[in-house]
Ligand binder design. Structure first.
Ligand code: ADP
Ligand code: MG
Length: 681
């Protein structure tokens, strides 16, 4: 039997009456069978299938035989039978059921969604339903899947820990990710609808409008554009922005999705790295400069050490020569003296001998200078107040430099006490002043200053020896001709002079050098040709207590009321002796020759307590003078002054021991102490 035979038979059976009707029914049956939509005829009350077409079988999975005669309700076709009931009720009320959605359970439990349309028909006397079902399960599923995917997309968009935003063709924000609002500090409501460029700094906005966006609308793409966003709290966020565009049917950019990366921390790290790098570079540079300075200092130090070594070896040489020379001089002087006693009358011979002796004295002085330089001289160190020492020597210095040169002093307020031999100190000042005078032939200013300075280890290294600490700095500054580097390097060498023969001996500064060295001090010179010269002398300070100072000042000023006779042919020395002795209270008589001295001794008798006589006097030696004077005044005491080294004198037999001897040059203190000592015996 064909598929449609039951329907056909029924139709044929029940409507056999008319041919026309029959024909129409046959047509209906044909349509019913071949219609591409699923059709079913079922009884109204029970839902029993009367017939189904092929399409219906295809949808439900059942064969026609399996369903015809069965009730859709019994078969559980309707997932919810009430739905059918409602539809039927609607129809019975005269309404329509057109493409209503309903859920079904088909063969093997396959669930499906269908759009169902129903009509009431009469099949013979029986009321039936003609149902048409359109399976929309697949479409439904697709829709569902789409919804789900959109939801997932939405969720990813919103919840991914990245700043995302979408803008419409006007550039207005249509969506932003949670992270976006969080990072920017806004709420979604505050930002949606506003232009994305509203959140850029002025500069970034200009960059966007002028450079980035024109290109973007052309290509629909941009990658890692550096922008600066402004957060709600005003803070700046450095970002990189990448975007892609959706285009409409005309190919125009409609929507855009942007991914934004916050690189503020990165930038800051980069900046810090840069700064660290700069810092490092700066330090390297500083270190390099430091090294260069240290190198320069090192070179200077080496030079200084070489200089010092050179001076030491010269000193050694000079000292050796001077020593031998002294012996030779002793011989010359000794024999000349012997000759002097052998000869009488012949004026020329006498004069020649006097010349020999006076020239020899000059030679003795020279060797003394060399001995001073080579530090072979004995010095007597006593606490000395530097400022006082300078004030004392000032008068002599003025005489040395003459009237065309102004002498100024700039003395420190501090009590600068050093250990010094004041005679030698005076000599240092005299030698420096003499050089300053020579450097200022047309006048100028000589300034002597004192200052308390602290020499640190660097300084000590610079000078090559000594100890760091407090020093008295004595500076002797002139406005003279200055000197060039080669000269400056050699000035302390003995016999180095730039002066004409007869004017300079080249010994002045070597003596200064030797003396300062012996005082554990330093000397330094700064000079530029045409701009004057500065000599700085540093002497180590000692802590002299007030008491000690007071005692020293007292002993220094130690004088007396006695009458002293000074016999000296050199006018300068004579005046100096007179000045010093008078100043401390002695009554001083002076004579330039032995004869004059004898006259005075006879005249004053034993009022004269002390004779201070040069050992070598014209015509008569100081010793002879004293022997004659003692006959007149047996209580008379004596001090001999001499430029000869004691060794020379001993060889000459002039003095047995040095008790009464005062070696030239002597200091004021040496003189006063000696005078007091001899008078006290
Ligand atoms: P002298 O004075 O006999 O030449 P010094 O040892 O006193 O010997 O000085 C050595 C040299 O140092 C001088 O010839 C001179 O060239 C230089 N000199 C010393 N003091 C000064 C100064 N104040 N100004 C310029 N040059 C000086
Ligand atoms: Mg000189």
């Amino acid at each position: 039997m064909s598929q449609n035979s039951v329907v056909a038979a029924n139709i044929a059976g029940r409507h056999a009456a008319g041919e026309a009707l029959k024909e129409s029914e046959e047509n209906f049956a044909k349509i019913f069978r071949s219609a591409p939509v699923a059709l079913a005829i079922s009884t109204l009350d029970q839902g029993r299938f009367v017939d189904v077409n092929e399409a219906y079988c295809r949808i439900t999975g059942y064969s026609r035989e399996e369903v015809v005669g069965m009730s859709s309700l019994d078969m559980g076709f309707w997932k919810d039978p009430a739905v059918r009931e409602q539809m039927v009720a609607t129809l019975l009320k005269g309404g329509t059921v057109h493409e209503l959605e309903a859920e079904f359970v088909f063969k093997n439990g396959r669930e499906a969604v269908g759009l169902i349309s129903m009509e009431l028909i009469e099949l013979g006397a029986e009321k039936c339903l003609l149902s048409m079902v359109n399976d929309i399960t697949a479409r439904k599923r697709a829709e569902e899947a789409l919804r789900e995917s959109e939801e997932r997309y939405r969720r990813i968009y919103d919840e991914t820990p990245a700043m995302l935003h979408s803008i419409d063709r006007e550039g207005r924000l249509v969506s932003v990710s949670n992270y976006w609002v969080e990072a920017m500090g806004y709420t979604r409501e505050e930002v949606l609808g506003r232009r994305s460029t509203d959140f850029l700094t002025e500069e970034s906005r200009r960059f966007a409008l002028e450079t980035v966006l024109p290109e973007y609308f052309r290509t629909g793409f941009c990658k890692d554009v550096p922008y600066r966003f402004v957060k709600k709290d005003g803070e700046i966020m450095d970002v990189l922005l990448s975007a892609t565009a959706e285009r409409d049917e005309n190919g125009e950019v409609s929507r855009s999705l942007a991914v934004i990366t916050d690189v503020t921390a990165l930038n800051r790290a980069k900046e810090e790295l840069g700064q660290a790098h700069d810092e490092l570079e700066k330090r390297v540079q500083e270190r390099t400069a430091e090294l260069a300075r240290a190198n320069a200092l090192q070179m200077k130090l080496e030079q200084k050490v070489l200089q010092a070594q050179k001076m030491d070896s010269i000193g050694l040489l000079a000292g050796g020569i001077a020593h031998d020379f002294n012996n030779i001089l002793s011989g010359i002087i000794g024999y000349a003296e012997m000759l002097q006693t052998q000869i009488d009358g012949n004026d020329l011979t006498k004069t020649c001998l006097e010349q020999i002796l006076s020239i020899s004295e000059r030679a003795v002085n020279l060797t003394r200078s060399l001995l001073t330089f080579s530090r072979k001289q004995e010095i007597l160190l006593r606490p000395v107040l530097v400022n006082d020492a300078i004030k004392r020597v000032q008068k002599f210095l003025s005489r040395v430099i003459g009237e065309d040169i102004e002498l100024r002093t700039a003395l420190a307020p501090d009590l600068l006490t050093v250990m010094a031999d004041s005679g030698q100190f005076d000599q240092v000042m005299m030698n420096l002043a003499a050089n300053a005078r020579d450097a200022m032939p047309v006048g100028g200013v000589l300034t002597i200053g004192t200052e308390l300075v602290n020499l640190d280890d660097d300084f000590i290294r610079y000078f090559g020896s000594g100890q760091a600490g407090n020093y008295a700095m004595i500076s002797v500054v002139d406005t003279g001709c200055g000197m060039d580097e080669p000269t400056r390097e050699r000035i302390f060498e003995p016999f180095f002079t730039t002066k004409d023969e007869g004017k300079g001996t080249g010994l002045g500064l070597s003596i200064v050098y030797g003396i300062i060295k012996q005082h554990n001090g330093f000397i330094d010179v700064v000079s530029t040709p045409g701009e004057g010269t500065v000599f700085n002398i540093y002497l180590p300070l000692i802590d002299a207590s007030v008491e000690e100072l007071a005692r020293r000042v007292e002993s220094e000023a130690e004088g007396g009321r006695e009458t002293v006779l000074v016999v000296e042919d050199d006018g300068v020395v004579r005046t100096m002796l007179q000045d010093i002795l008078t100043e401390v209270g002695y009554t001083v008589l002076v004579a330039s020759t032995a004869e004059r001295a004898m006259e005075m001794i006879e005249e004053h008798g034993d009022a004269i307590r002390l004779l201070v006589a040069d050992l070598v006097l014209p015509k008569m030696s100081g010793k002879e003078l004293f022997e004659q004077a003692a006959l007149v005044n047996p209580a008379l005491k004596v001090i001999f002054t001499t430029g000869y080294a004691s060794e020379v004198l001993e060889k000459k037999g002039l003095v047995e021991e040095g008790a009464n001897l005062l070696l030239k040059p002597f200091s004021r203190n040496d003189l006063l102490h000696k005078v007091r000592k001899i008078l006290g015996e």
